[in-house]
Write a protein that binds this ligand. Structure first.
Ligand SMILES: [Zn+2]
Length: 473
């Protein structure tokens, strides 16, 4: 067996004694290799350890695809689309399915007050902070079956693959299924991970928020079996609860597929600021009011939309983006000068300072446009302004090393969409692994990732978890 020295870290923690692990015992091979591993690690290996190669790490693609397909049947819309909204009947069934898979894999399962689900494989040094991985399974209306799901079912399979290879974790390994990454029901994205990271604002909001049917958050949660959903202290994670968190996810963009690269290693996650703006003018008859006499709230909105684009481009970075996704005019009649306008603006960056400068410039433009057009800026509200997150080098390095071991080409990239990882980064070191998806499609039924691409992601995740599990500090 030819093991380059830089890969020894993984091999030193392979053992045949993992729960249900396969036997990798090969007489006569162990002593010299174990010695090398001990020298490398600086601590002795007490249990029998036998060399295993990366080739023993196999992903059960058949089962994994079957699970992805089965999970997609818990949906409020017909296949191939998936609609799975927080605390709906299908969400409850899907949660039950995930918990049963965790149990079948020998993980100990627990849930917190809002339904974040945890499946833990205890390490042989359980007092050390565990390494966590995971994602979400909720799906916006008429979306696909891979977004989030790959990072939950793939994570369970990564632990299974490690177990089958004979690996035994030092730090415990934990799979997390986050509650409500999508904002569909209560308008709050990454609800579960935000609460884990601690958000007093969100806690206050959830106590009074209702969905489109006027059902409160706590009533909705109770209908799904979570009776104490407002006990947020039960959800909160202390900083350092996990030594590392890493999420496997489809790219939701076209780059990996276009460049035929199987793995993306995320170096940073961009974060949005969302802004709501209202202008008010006098309105009037489209024929009767002469142009110099107008204070047209619609034109103020149009001018601000162009200003958003201008300020974003001025940043000089491709990573700064801005979008006016909502622009409404009141009363919305062809022969009426708009008396009110409403815009919703999303601007994102991986650099918080640069993004906040754009927000400030947009505010200044809103003020000056209102003055110039003699309309009232009746609202300029920054709805949220989450800080972006950087991946930790110890995690990206572990992932790079895993890719090299597996002979998989990789690309370092940023995540322009945000994920539960953005919030986990507040309480843990964080990293993400991307895999290609068809044409970059996501949030629609055509969303697709090839099972071989998923398997590559699962293997890279498994090896990365193995490495992180073995780290002392
Ligand atoms: Zn997702």
């Amino acid at each position: 067996m030819n093991i380059p020295a830089r890969f020894s870290l993984f091999f030193l923690i392979l053992s045949v004694s993992g729960p249900g692990g396969i036997s990798a015992h090969r007489d006569g091979e162990k002593d010299s290799t174990v010695k090398t591993m001990e020298d490398f690690s600086g601590y002795s290996i007490h249990e029998p350890n036998y060399p295993t190669s990366v080739s023993s790490l196999s992903v059960d693609t058949h089962s994994l695809q079957k699970q992805i397909d089965e999970l997609s049947t818990f949906s409020d819309s017909p296949a191939p689309s998936v609609t799975r909204v927080l605390y709906s009947a299908n969400d409850v069934l899907a949660r039950r399915y995930v918990k049963s898979l965790m149990s079948l894999s020998g993980l100990s399962v627990r849930e917190d007050a809002v339904g974040n689900i945890f499946g833990r494989w205890n390490g042989y040094e359980p007092e050390l902070a565990p390494v966590a991985t995971g994602s979400h399974i909720d799906a916006i209306p008429y979306s696909g079956k891979y977004d989030g799901v790959v990072g939950v079912l793939g994570a369970i399979e990564a632990l299974n693959a490690l177990n089958r290879s004979g690996f035994k974790p030092k730090r415990s390994l934990e799979v997390i299924m986050f509650t409500s990454e999508e904002p569909t029901r209560f308008g709050i994205s990454c609800l579960g991970s935000r609460l884990m990271a601690g958000s007093v604002e969100l806690e206050g909001l959830l106590k009074k928020t209702v969905d489109g049917q006027n059902i409160s958050f706590s009533d909705a949660a109770e209908s799904a079996g979570y009776r104490n959903a407002l006990h947020f202290s039960n959800v909160l994670l202390k900083k350092g609860s996990y030594s590392a968190f890493i999420e496997l996810h489809i790219e939701q963009g076209p780059l990996l597929e276009e460049e035929a690269i199987p793995i993306g290693i995320v170096t940073a996650i961009a974060a949005p600021a969302s802004i709501k703006v209202d202008f008010e003018g006098n309105g009037g008859h489209a024929g009767a009011v002469l142009m110099p006499k107008r204070n047209d709230a619609g034109l103020a909105a149009a001018e601000l939309a162009l200003a958003v684009e201008k300020h974003v481009l001025e940043s000089g970075s491709m990573d700064t983006v801005g979008t006016v996704g909502i622009l409404e005019l009141h009363p919305g009649a062809v022969n009426s000068i708009p008396s009110k306008s409403h815009l919703e603006i999303d601007t994102r960056d991986i650099d918080e300072k640069r993004r906040n400068e754009v927000v400030e410039k947009i505010h200044q433009s809103a003020l000056s446009i209102a003055e110039k057009r003699n309309v009232k800026l009746s609202e300029f509200k920054i709805v949220n302004q989450d800080p972006p997150a950087q991946s930790d080098e110890s995690i990206t390095m572990a992932t790079e090393s895993a890719c090299r071991q597996l002979n998989l080409n990789y690309k370092k990239m940023i995540s322009r969409a945000y994920h539960d990882s953005l919030f986990m980064a507040r309480v843990s070191l964080m990293g993400m692994i991307f895999i290609p998806c068809y044409k970059g499609y996501s949030h629609k039924p055509e969303e697709f990732s090839d099972i071989e691409d998923i398997a590559n992601g699962v293997k890279v995740l498994a090896l990365t978890l193995a490495k992180l599990s073995s780290l002392q500090a």
